[in-house]
Design a binder for this molecule. Sequence first.
Ligand SMILES: Nc1nc2c(ncn2[C@@H]2O[C@H](COP(=O)(O)OP(=O)(O)OP(=O)(O)O)[C@@H](O)[C@H]2O)c(=O)[nH]1
Ligand SMILES: [Mg+2]
Length: 489
Amino acid sequence: MIDRKGITQYVIVGRDQQILLPDEIHKYRIGKGRLKGLRLIHTHLKNESLTEDDMMDLAFLRLDLICALGVSKNGMPDTVYSAHLLPEGSNNVNWEVLPPAPYGNLDIDCLRLILSLEEEFAKKASTRKIDAADRAILISVTTDPKGTATESMEELKELARSSGTHIVDTLIQYRKADPRFMLGKGKLSELVILALQSDANLLIFDQNLNSSQVRSITDTTEMRVVDRTQLILDIFARRAHTREGKIQVELAQLKYLLPRLIEKNTAMSRLTGGIGGRGPGETKLEINRRRAHDRIRRLEKELATVRKQRAQRRAKRKKQGLPIISIIGYTNVGKSTLLNTLTKSKILTENRLFATLDPTSRRLRFPRDTEAIITDTVGFIRDLPKDLVTAFRATFEELKDADLLLHVIDISSPRLKQQMKSVEQIVESLDLNAITTLKVLNKADLVSKDFAETQCSQIDAIAVSARNPGTLNPLIEAMEARIRNLAQP
Ligand SMILES: Nc1nc2c(ncn2[C@@H]2O[C@H](COP(=O)(O)OP(=O)(O)OP(=O)(O)O)[C@@H](O)[C@H]2O)c(=O)[nH]1
Ligand SMILES: [Mg+2]
């Protein structure tokens, strides 16, 4: 067993089949959310690769790395087999087996690998708060009328579902928010019992909580507590695939978490974990804050670089001189589906909130040979978290390039009116009012023809079913007409 400094800490002699690890190893320093600080290097006398037992040791001891040195027939070192844990495995595999390497030709920068793994682990601990195995109770404390409150709860349910959480119960209390516990004291004790009965481990609040509320509720219920903003941020974190998307989301998360950092909070343990001792006289909280600030600064720098590339692409698109049509709308209304059908593309569409995070552009050729660029982007939601809007500023800024906005609305949603209003508010706050907008009522297949017609004339919109290309002609004509209008001096 070798420590981070490369010093041998334990030498263990076993039999050909097995080595017994002494108890002390289990007690060896182990930090929360961190790896053990020890690599286990052992021999495999028949030059066989890593076994299931090896993987168990790797996982249970949270070893930095496990390595088997294969021995050749003539007793010489042969092949080196190694593996390490993964912060986020795929398909239930939570480790990575490195390619076997000949002993004489081994090239692993061990320390660097381990430190970067630790950072990843810690990042997961700090920013990912929700797990597929979580059983959540959704809670709303509100003075809104019943209709508004239940609709907001429905949306919270969809958000929770999109984050992969299992919802075990919901609870609405109609009252003014309690400054300490959000809920009333009596309701809170009811909640504790409910949680016990339903085996819940996570509380999700529809209202945003301040740090002292988070702490009081956590202390009293002994459950994890998350608010709507964190839930949205969490979904974004899962969906971010590009470098830019990832940086933007982590920035938003850090900025949201920073003022909510509390002394006892282990949520940011990453930031104290790993290398570098504490400075003189600093509390853990101060270190947490300082590291969060440092990381924010680093991410912002990196983001600036990534954005330069985006700006170049954007400039190139502008140079082509083609009109730009941007699809906007509430999340999950069918924006990406519409882009796919219009341009015969295959970008990801899903019955989940925020399936799309990264903007996509495609060329669109109209029947009368007009050409345009059509773009799809991240969906909107009521009370879009401020830190997210800031982090995604560049993505939203691009909307300003649009010559025409397609505002897609889900006609089958019971929350159609509120969703439209939220989108209009966001459009205004992003300064996009001046751009010509075409309203599109999507998912018309899910409602009666009559209803679709009434809605269309009421809000001056065109009904389509984005999944069905046969329904798109009126929309295509309307788009082409507007685009041609623009071309006229
Ligand atoms: N019935 C019906 N379902 C549709 C239609 N258009 C889209 N959908 C479904 O609605 C869901 C959301 O579609 P997306 O295209 O991913 O929606 P989006 O607006 O891009 O959503 P986000 O990217 O998550 O904001 C998917 O399950 C689609 O299959 C339609 O015309 N009719
Ligand atoms: Mg989409």
